[in-house]
Each structure stands twice: as structure tokens, then as C-alpha cells.
Design a binder for this molecule. Sequence first.
Ligand code: FEO
Ligand code: CA
Ligand code: CA
Ligand code: CA
Length: 629
Amino acid sequence: MNNQSPLPNEAVTPNPGRRKFLAGTGALSLAGFIGGGLSVPSLALAKPVSGGSQLLGFDGIPASTADEIAIADGYQADVLISWGDPLVDGAPAFDAEGKNSAADQEKQFGDNNDGMSFFAMEGSRDRGLIAVNNEYVNEQYLYAHGDSKAHDAEDVKKSQAGHGVSVMEVRRGQGNRWEVVRPSRYNRRITANTPMRFSGPAAGDAALRTAADPQGMNVLGTFGNCANGKTPWGTYLTCEENFDTYFGTKKADFSLTAAQKRYTLSPADPERNWSDFDPRFDVAKNPNEFNRHGWIVEIDPFAPDSVPVKRTALGRFKHENAAVTVAKSGELVVYMGDDERGEYIYKYVSKGKVDRANPAANARLLDEGTLYVAIFDGDRNGTPLKGTGHWVALVQGQHGLTADNGFRTQADILINTRGAADVVKATRMDRPEWIAVNPHDGRAYCTLTNNSKRGDEGMPINAANPRPDNIYGQIIRWDEKGDATAQAFDWDIFVLCGNPIAHPQGIYRGTPNITEQNTFNSPDGLGFDEAGRLWILTDGKYSNKGDYEGQGNNQMLVGDPQNGEIRRFMVGPKSCELTGITFTPDYKTMFVNVQHPGEEKDSHFPDNSPRPRSSVIMITRKDGGVLGA
Ligand code: FEO
Ligand code: CA
Ligand code: CA
Ligand code: CA
């Protein structure tokens, strides 16, 4: 199957400055359905969307460029915890001049909070645990010296200690606002140096063995922890994303393997210079250490002494999140995106079935199963923004995944998942970020955040990624033909983001559910509440100029999956992204992360300190009601 759009041969006519390389055949005309002209009556979103949602019970708010949180009328946003706040027993207070040591940081809340999950404490409405990723550190704020590179081994240790995952106990206080419990035996930091183990088909493989771990079974740490997932048996999944940026070498004649290139290793000038002071990250000295990252890690937040497990059956790539659902037939299904331009969407289906009555019986579900990758085809009748698709199993011996092509074992496929997906000609997507499953109809939604290279040579547009130079992104959704374990699906685009202020006409205007009032770019975080409201968080450009005029800072919006309406609910402070989303079981408190405020050195969030701090925010309704209703 090819993944080119089989749509009519009409040239795309975007802004002439954006003319790019398009598919040889089947370039898609969107100009027709947006803003009149060609009528496409079967396109669900072709009618203007301007209110009337039964699901959304608040008024949308204007864009904002202020260095503070703006939120819908009747709602309140408060800080729960910020980078550097004491977490584990004995942790010192945050030092606003960056003087905390690596040992201090190991006990303090980590930096750059991203994905997170709330776990209710059994038998209590008012106590729970939150596990939250600390994706990376903002070096320019981490060190007292203010440079963005580590000066010595202590700096590297502090950076490593700011990464990973934080687990904290929380309890309900006044007005559905929660507070961190200190001390608590559950409070825990997992860092880039915490001992973990491998499980699944690639555990013990020769490519995972190092001098420090000759069996290839044990590994230190997790980092680049982007978003997350939560299992039905109450464990947390943390997803390793931009792990390549931590590896480097000074060795002048180091040459990359094909697999290292495929995972964008660029060792001469790594984004972080850990390899200068910690030989584990020097790819010339320890080439296999690179293979030991890029996985999904399972953590039991209720067992503070438990050893986190890297689950190799879920594949190795730049994991964004893990959207977990249970098929009607009982199998565990995990949808996953690989966030890089032109990368793929995956699905994992467990061999066994979920046993809700006996959590221990689920231990093998993330080790034994099948990993699939998605192919998105256009609609047979040529209707834009919808089509069909299917899943291709990444199983050794099938679909060209043979020794001749470099895949001798299933472990080879799981360690070089990107290479395996290339062989089966999966569809190259516009940077898959979060996936979320609508609890009401099982449809999966995925944010394709943007792709400046779409339309460049080698990355032509296709039906599901129809815009060259896709600066705004889109949210695609698919409906499995049958159960979540199905091999085929129908898909459509829920929203093609755009900006009617900067582009009143044409494909950069966006679908009709984008208006001058709700315009945004780069959807990233995504989550459904119990009622089926789709919460959308952005990580995009915040210049508020040119293509981004009128969009303001990064923001959170809410969509109605039925009528397509989208309203802006909240806007973050300057140069942050909003990400991470989890609810208490009564849906009266929501936790959202303000990540990297002031990355452009323009914010004092949240406490007017010269060092802005990523923070977990809790959102409540002043009348105590359900959020968004
Ligand atoms: Fe860590 Fe793709 O966002
Ligand atoms: Ca992020
Ligand atoms: Ca993200
Ligand atoms: Ca992003």
C-alpha cells in the first residue's frame, strides 16, 4: 500500500512563499473547502462551527501575552509545586540563586514537569499520589554560574538529578485545592541515575550489554521523560523522548552507525554536555548505552522501593506518551507517537487479557504482545481530510523484517523500531505528540504538532498530512473497524489548526472550527475527561506576530468531539508551554503543567523570582463544580 493521497490532481495554492515539494501525483486542494469555492458536502467540519456545544459550559477567553495565567470566568488556577521545592525528607528549600547542590536537587521536585497521572488512594476521596515527569532542565537557570552548559561533574550530577520523575502524595484542602503531603513515605525522586531493569523481548540482548552491565538486564536512569500513561492496574508509564541529545563524544574520528543516524545522534555537539564529565554518555567509550534509552518505563508509585522497569516490547523511539485503553475483548492496547518530523504512530496489543480483579496477573501484559505501525491512506472518493488506514505488525520474518534487511530477531526490531517501520513503509506524520482515547466511543485522537519540513524533498504531503510547511499542526482521529485490537480503521482530521487573522483564506486558515477567537498553533498535550470533553494543550510559537498574530502565549483549549467546537480555556505565562493533564476522580480538580516559563528569559513565573520555575498548577471551579461543564 502506498501512503500518498489518491486525491484529485489539483495543485495546492498556499501563500506563494510556502510553495514546497508536493506529492508527484495527488496533491491535495484544501483551498476549495475552506472559505467557499469547491464544495465538499460530506466533510463533517465543512460547516462553520460557532457555538451551541452542549458539552462546553464556559465562555472562551481571549488570547493573552501577559506573564501570568489567564483562565475562564468562574475558575481559579493555583500552584501546587514548583521546580526545586522540597519533596523527599531532608530536602532543603529552593535557592533562587541556583546554589542548590546535586544532592539537594535529588531531594527536590525536578525541573520541566510534563506528563503526569493522578492515582487515587484506595478508600479515600481526599488523598492520592501524583507521578509527574521532569523532562529536562533549563540549564541557564539550574546553575549558579548561569551558563547553559555544565562546567564540571557536579554540574552534570545536578542536571541528572533534575531529570526523571517525581512522585508525591497529595491531599485535598479547601475548595478542591490540594496540597503536597510532607513528609510522606511515597514522596520519591527517580533520576537519570536510578537503578532500573529491562524486561520483554529485548532484555539481555547483546545490543543492550555494556561493561557495567554485561547481562544487558540492568540500566541506570531515565531522562527526556516527556508524557505518560497509566495502566488499569495502577502503575505509571513514563516515556523517554529526546534521549539522543544526552550522548556525545570528543573522539574526532567517531563515525555513526546507520541506526545511530536514524535516531538522530549528533555526538560532536550534543545539546547537553553530560558526556564531557560522565563517560557513560560518551558514545565512543560506551556505544551501547545509547540503546538503553528511548523506552517506556513502568513505575509503581505505591511501592516507593520498587525498581522501575523498561518495557522493551513497546519499542524504542522518541516516545511522546502512552495512551492506554482496554479492548472490549480484554486486551491492553497502547497507542504511541514518535515525536520527530516524519515519524510514525504505533499501537501495541497485549497477548493476554487484563485481569482487573487480580493486578499481579497483569505483569506480563507489557512484555508479551504485538507492536504495530500505522499506514494512513486517502479516501477512495477523494474527500479531503479523511480516509482509511491499517496497522502493520512489526514482527520478525513478516513484511520484509528479515535478516537480509538487518532484523535477525524481534529484539532487533524493538531496538531499531524506526528502521523496522521504514521497511514496512509506514506513513510519515507531522510530529506525532500526544494520543488520547475518547472514553465514550473509543476513537483515538493524536496531535500532529507541526512540521516545517513537510513538502521538502523526501517528505511530500499525504492525505493525513496535507499541508506543506505545516506551521500550525492538526489533530487527527481514527475509529478502529471493530475493537481497539482491529487491523484497520477510518480516520479524519478533527481540526486543521490555522490562523484566520494572518490568513483569512487558504489552507493556513484552518478548518472552520478555527476562528479568530480560538486560533492556536502546535497542539501537543491532549486528554479526555469523563464526559468526553477534549482538552488540548499547546507547545508552539508565542511571538504573537506574523503567522502567529493574535494567538498569544501557549494555551489550553477544550473541544467538543461531536460538533467540533473549540474554546480557549486558559493561557499560560510568557514563553512556557502548557502540558501534562490529569484529573481527580470527581473531575473537580485538574492538574496541568506550566513547563519552561521564561525560556526566552522573559518570565518571572510563578513567584517573581529572577529564576522562573516550571510548576504544577491545579485548576478548580469557584463554585465547586465539575471542570468544563
Ligand atoms: Fe516532549 Fe514531543 O514533547
Ligand atoms: Ca514538553
Ligand atoms: Ca510534548
Ligand atoms: Ca511539543
